[in-house]
Design a binder for this molecule. Structure first.
Ligand code: CAA
Length: 259
């Protein structure tokens, strides 16, 4: 499976689909074919019933040091418009299964934007986050100004986006950008362990909770509450709701089927 991938290492084990960016000689700089591969593999995992949770990490000393500058350097605005350069990235946020990011080393520019597409982020002590685009005479183009601002608020996001400074893991934890700091050598194992824990939860609940939380970012409180409520009601159409509540009453562990 996936023998044809040029820029990723992919595996599926214990219900976890693991995707590792694999261009370590350029710190996993993200070129267009790599984005296509990420989107393709994630969409496939989203449909694969052997995958409950997706883990996204990087091979080598970085998560990703940004979009591939060599690929972009000579681009014209028209080429970027006609290629619709960043539209493929949008498909990552349409993936229904939880995506847990494991960040070591640099997560810069497009690398930070990719990390911000994850639902939960674990980071090693050496991880550094930032938007250095300002030093290249450009700006983030795959969601950085929007996602960082929604995450940490206008004032703080301005500081990081306008300075191009790099954020340490301690700062990232403090700002709520990451969930946990993990020793470098344990990063992937700890991330997978957490992914496995989540993967035991009722699959339909996972799906609809993720969708509802993401809506909270876009919707008003009222619209978000309506969306949440409908999803709550919908789960009562599932066998897993009957099983979960019956198991509680019978003082046993539920056996969820995802339907
Ligand atoms: N694109 C292309 N190649 C890159 C790259 C990138 N974003 N980042 C690193 N590389 C390459 C380097 O050119 C170098 O290649 P060679 O060995 O062939 O020279 C290799 O990776 C290793 O990098 P360095 O020797 O520079 O390693 P370092 O430890 O000295 O520095 C770094 C690391 C600070 C991350 C530095 O590489 C750097 O500043 N990289 C660019 C970071 C950046 O500006 N990212 C934003 C890109 S624009 C973007 O992402 C737009 C968007 O919104 C989508």
């Amino acid at each position: 499976m996936h023998n044809d991938l040029k820029y990723l290492q992919v595996s599926i084990e214990d219900g976890i689909g693991t995707i590792l960016l694999n261009r370590p000689n350029v710190l996993n700089a993200i070129n267009r074919p790599m984005v296509s591969e990420i989107v393709h593999v994630m969409e496939e995992m989203d449909q694969n019933e052997n995958v409950k949770v997706i883990v996204l990490g990087g091979v080598g000393r970085a998560f990703a040091a940004g979009a591939d500058i060599d690929e972009m350097a000579e681009a014209t605005p028209l080429q970027l418009e006609l290629l619709n350069q960043f539209s493929e990235w949008d498909r990552i946020s349409l993936v229904k299964k939880p995506i847990i990011g494991a960040v070591q080393g640099f997560a810069l520019g497009g690398g930070f934007e990719l990390a911000l597409c994850c639902d939960i982020l674990f980071a090693a002590h050496d991880a550094e986050f930032g938007f250095p685009e300002i030093q290249l005479g450009v700006m983030p183009g795959a969601g950085g100004t929007q996602r960082l601002t929604k995450l940490m608020g206008k004032t703080k996001a301005m500081e990081w986006l306008l300075s191009g400074d790099r954020m340490s893991v301690e700062e990232a934890l403090n700002y709520g950008v990451i969930n946990r700091i993990v020793a470098r050598e344990l990063l992937i194992d700890e991330t997978k362990k957490f992914a496995i824990k989540i993967s035991k939860q009722a699959p339909l609940s996972l799906r609809l909770i993720k969708e509802s939380v993401l809506k909270a970012v876009d919707y008003s409180l009222y619209e978000g509450m309506q969306f949440e409520r409908k999803n709550f009601y919908l789960l009562f159409a599932s066998d897993d709701q009957k099983e979960g509540m019956k198991a509680f009453q019978e003082r046993r562990k539920p056996n969820f089927k995802g339907r």
